[in-house]
Ligand binder design. Structure first.
Ligand SMILES: Nc1nc2c(ncn2[C@@H]2O[C@H](COP(=O)(O)OP(=O)(O)O)[C@@H](O)[C@H]2O)c(=O)[nH]1
Ligand SMILES: [Mg+2]
Length: 202
């Protein structure tokens, strides 16, 4: 398996605070979701080989917008607001949640969700909420256990298996993979899932 250089041409398109501000609901898009600090921006930067496309931040919870990135004329990647940052007021958290839920439920172009989880803290309550939303709206789901470099190869493999079992035991269908933005391991797998969902095979 080789990386697909198509994703390396990705450009920032626009931000939106509500679904009404989003680009026209046409073509195909894949959304990236995850808890603040899980490593979501780093995954997007690695997948697109752009150092600062999705701003990697040491201050978690600052990304409060839906950010749209253009891969081709008809294909987009979408960075969803990081959820579950404790220092943000509850009301604001609720507003983000609402925007996210609306987007997941109503967006016709949306093909599926990459759920980014820190391999050391997988399947938090917030992750389960997102998994439930995806399952209720019949959205495809791909679980990305990132920062795999933080564990030994064996421990990372075990965590992947455990996460797959937990999700399966709830009757949820989802694919899953290990990833590291540090070593770029898992990049080809992530590209192949995107190719599949976006019909972006070159
Ligand atoms: N070791 C390691 N650190 C990572 C990895 N991905 C992200 N980080 C670090 O984790 C922190 C949060 O990453 P970021 O991408 O901003 O998370 P986000 O809030 O989910 O967008 C940053 O300090 C990153 O440098 C990874 O694959 N390996
Ligand atoms: Mg981020």
């Amino acid at each position: 398996m080789k990386p697909n250089p198509l994703y390396f041409r990705t450009e920032f398109l626009q931000s939106a605070t509500t679904l009404r501000e989003a680009p026209p609901d046409e073509g195909r898009e894949v959304a990236f979701a995850g808890r603040s600090n899980a490593g979501k921006s780093s995954v997007i930067n690695t997948i697109t080989q752009r150092k600062n496309l999705a701003r990697t931040s040491k201050t978690p919870g600052r990304t409060q917008l839906l950010n749209f990135f253009q891969v081709t004329d008809s294909c987009r990647l979408v960075d969803l607001p990081g959820y579950g940052y404790a220092k943000v007021p509850k009301a604001m958290q609720a507003a983000w949640g609402k925007a996210m839920e609306n987007y997941l439920a109503d967006r016709q172009a949306l093909q599926g969700v990459f759920l980014i989880m820190d391999i050391r803290h997988p399947l938090t309550d917030f992750d389960w909420q997102l998994i439930d939303w995806c399952s209720q709206t019949n959205l495809e789901l791909h679980l990305v256990l990132t920062k795999a470099d933080k564990l030994s190869r064996g421990a990372a493999g075990n965590t992947l298996l455990q996460v797959q079992r937990r999700v399966q035991s709830e009757g949820i269908t989802a694919s899953a993979q290990l990833f590291s933005s540090l070593s770029r391991s898992g990049l080809e797998t992530a590209h192949s899932v995107l190719d599949h969902w976006l019909h972006a095979n070159l």
